[in-house]
Design a protein around this ligand. Structure first.
Ligand SMILES: CC(C)(COP(=O)(O)OP(=O)(O)OC[C@H]1O[C@@H](n2cnc3c(N)ncnc32)[C@H](O)[C@@H]1OP(=O)(O)O)[C@@H](O)C(=O)NCCC(=O)NCCS
Length: 175
């Protein structure tokens, strides 16, 4: 468990499914994610999966305990490169308050310090302005712009919707 001034970062618990459903059921939230809006059943299954997956961190308000978003922080192979990927999805009711910045800063600090991470990397769609603005607030550097390198969704005719990717990264200054 990690703590900041306003937030607690912890592993997922089964009871979190309702809070997770509250934002993963929204089209606006999953627009740039590799999945579609969740049903209640899918949110329950996804919560159970996350309970067993240490890469997912629930971000909760310290005062009320409400889960307002989640981080993803996972080591990328090969292991000896000591590189971790960072991801984030927050409930829009809690956007614009600095919660994503506050929690990401903490997990990066934990990674660089406690875990000995050498490089943190994060990917986003260039159209996802709030995402790459967050990455820049975190002091990450845009290291790549890949053109139509990936697709998560298909159009009505079943053709892939190719999209660009920005890659951001940050190096541990003492590694
Ligand atoms: C990406 C995402 C997490 C960014 O959320 P966010 O609310 O913009 O980010 P923060 O919580 O750090 O808030 C920053 C904003 O709060 C403001 N703010 C208010 N109080 C603040 C504080 N104490 N500290 C920092 N910023 C603060 C900042 O000025 C900034 O406002 P601005 O966007 O008008 O410049 C959010 O848009 C999201 O969940 N999107 C959907 C999922 C998604 O696309 N994920 C990324 C896939 S790659």
């Amino acid at each position: 468990m990690l703590e900041t001034q306003r937030l607690v970062l912890r592993g997922f618990q089964e009871k979190d499914w309702k809070d997770l459903y509250e934002y993963l059921s929204l089209e606006s939230v999953v627009r740039y994610e590799p999945y579609n809006p969740f049903t209640e059943e899918e949110a329950k299954r996804e919560t159970s999966r996350r309970v067993r997956d240490e890469s997912f961190w629930a971000v909760c308000l310290k005062d009320s305990g409400k889960l307002i978003g989640n981080l993803y922080f996972r080591q990328v192979e090969p292991e000896e490169f000591m590189e971790w990927e960072l991801g984030f999805v927050f409930n829009p009711a809690y956007h614009g308050k600095g919660y994503a910045t506050e929690s990401c800063k903490k997990i990066i600090e934990y990674g660089l310090g406690d875990l000995g991470v050498r490089r943190v990397v994060s990917m986003c769609n260039p159209e996802n302005l709030s995402s790459w603005r967050l990455l820049e607030r975190l002091g990450m550097r845009r290291e790549g712009h890949f053109l139509k390198n990936i697709y998560f969704k298909r159009d009505r005719d079943g053709s892939p919707i190719w999209q660009d990717t920005y890659q951001y990264a940050l190096l541990n200054p003492i590694k």
